[in-house]
Design a protein around this ligand. Structure first.
Ligand SMILES: [Zn+2]
Length: 235
């Protein structure tokens, strides 16, 4: 029955391998790296939004400038005209137009000031965000390195366990290995176990003393199994 002890050793290694694989997919370093990535993306989105506002404001400033020049030219023209007209009604109409253009011109100035304020405000916001972005970038780089090193460590562990497992399985007959693999499909951690008192280590149900006695009395070629779950029992 020592063959079952050998099989139990294989199973212990198999469990260690699957635990290591589970650990690799549930690393705190992965969560940390995702958080660092998200933080950087949020800062970069804020910077991009500042850039977009600056571009939009500057483009409107260009438009406002052009309109202001047009208004200036118009005012020069209207004032010249005003000097040449004699009819009071015509002069009145021109004065009215000059007043309208002057009001518009002043509104354009106000708008330009407002837009320059938007540019300044966003430049300031960006200047504050740039050092935060730099620090978020280095946090992400550190988190990426930590994750890769944690993964490498577990990969090495899995490689060592896999090597150990193939050495351990060499001493187990091939047919028993196949039976073991088949049993493991239903009970990955309990294809073979020891008893704890009368209790099966796989299904945790009690086995009667009579059944335990007859299992103990089995010949070397017979392999005792739990009557409840079918797990091999190692004495
Ligand atoms: Zn059992």
């Amino acid at each position: 029955m020592t063959v079952l002890s050998d099989l139990l050793a294989v199973q212990t290694t198999d469990i260690a391998i699957s635990q290591a694989k589970h650990r690799i997919t549930h690393l705190q370093e992965t969560i940390d790296r995702e958080a660092a990535k998200k933080a950087l993306a949020e800062i970069e989105a804020q910077i991009a939004s500042c850039d977009a506002e600056i571009v939009a404001a500057n483009s409107e400033i260009t438009k406002v400038d052009r309109l202001s020049h047009e208004h200036d030219d118009k005012l020069v023209k209207l004032n010249k005209q005003l000097k040449t007209v004699i009819a009071p009604r015509e002069a009145e109409a021109l004065q009215h137009e000059i007043a309208t253009v002057t009001t518009e011109r002043s509104a354009l100035d106000d708008r330009e000031l407002e837009l320059m304020g938007v540019v300044e405000e966003n430049e300031n916001k960006k200047n504050k965000l740039v050092p935060v972005q730099t620090s978020a970038k280095s946090t992400l780089a550190a988190a990426t390195m930590a994750l890769s090193s944690a993964k490498q460590k577990i990969d090495a562990e899995i490689a060592a366990l896999t090597e150990q497992r193939s050495a351990q399985s060499l001493v187990v007959p091939t047919s028993l290995m196949s039976t073991y693999e088949a049993k493991r499909k239903h009970r990955p951690d309990g294809a073979v176990c020891r008893l704890t008192g009368p209790t099966c280590g796989s299904c945790h149900l009690d086995i009667s003393q009579g059944e335990i006695n007859s299992m103990r009395a089995m010949s070397e070629s017979e392999l005792p199994e739990c009557p409840h779950c079918g797990s091999f029992i190692v004495f």
